[in-house]
Design a binder for this molecule. Structure first.
Ligand code: G3P
Ligand code: MG
Length: 233
């Protein structure tokens, strides 16, 4: 079962910062999940459109210039990183799951992935683009069929994983509260990977491993790595 650091090692460092990514890599995680928004000509790595929770700042991303946003403190003196800075930091040392939040034009993200494959130590299969917006994922596949996509869901549809197969997704990234064994089995039959968020309780890891889940997003990857090393229970 893959261990994916949710927003980096976000229990140990401010989420979606280079420090959180460095800490996650030091834990030898299999992958890191990040959230991205487009701002001006840049792609910024940040979860919320509103700035209060992560930077203690009034207003939202669109109220500020890129320069102003880059001055903000994202916690422990960290700045809001760009997607390119994040790619340079991770540099192919583990998988990178880019979750599209405030993005409507996919081209800049795809271009950065290509650049990372050309100029850094990444291979294309180390990237996974995910979103709750399945129309966007459909566009990614139209644009670049060779980029892996993860269909995010916080629901359990009647026809289980059919929507993800229809999208030609690599994985279904599903909320733990919506997951059942029937869903996992259906996804497997359709050749889909099943990744589950957000799993911070050790007991849940054990249950998911038994269900045959392929990966978990966790804020506490260090604990999950130790549990996996002991082969779960
Ligand atoms: O990608 C898994 C998870 O990050 C989705 O929800 O709100 O934490 O981005 P959220
Ligand atoms: Mg996310």
């Amino acid at each position: 079962m893959l261990i994916l650091a949710h927003r980096g090692a976000s229990a140990d460092a401010p989420e979606n910062t280079l420090l959180a990514f460095e800490k996650a890599m030091a834990m030898q995680v299999d992958g890191i999940e990040i959230d991205v928004h487009a701002v001006a000509d840049e792609i910024l790595v940040i979860h919320d459109r509103w700035l209060k929770r992560t930077t203690k700042t009034h207003g939202q991303l669109s109220d500020y210039t890129l320069e102003q946003l880059r001055e903000l403190d994202a916690g422990m003196g960290q700045k809001i990183p760009t997607l390119w800075e994040t790619m340079q930091c991770i540099n192919g040392q583990c998988l990178l799951n880019i979750e599209l939040k405030g993005i409507s034009d996919l081209l800049p993200v795809v271009k950065l992935i290509d650049r990372a494959v050309d100029e850094l130590n990444f291979e294309l299969h180390q990237f996974l683009i995910s979103s709750f917006n399945h129309h966007l994922l459909f566009e990614v596949k139209q644009l670049r069929p060779d980029i892996q996509i993860g269909a995010l869901t916080s629901s359990s549809p009647l026809d289980y994983a059919a929507f993800a197969q229809q999208l030609d997704a690599y994985s279904i990234n599903i909320d733990m509260d919506c997951l059942t064994s029937a869903f996992v089995n259906d996804a497997k039959q359709r050749g889909l990977q099943v990744y589950v968020f957000t799993v911070d309780e050790i007991a849940d890891l054990d249950v998911l491993a038994k269900m045959g889940v392929d990966g978990v997003f966790t804020n506490t990857p260090d604990k999950a790595m130790v549990r996996r090393a002991h082969k779960f229970e």
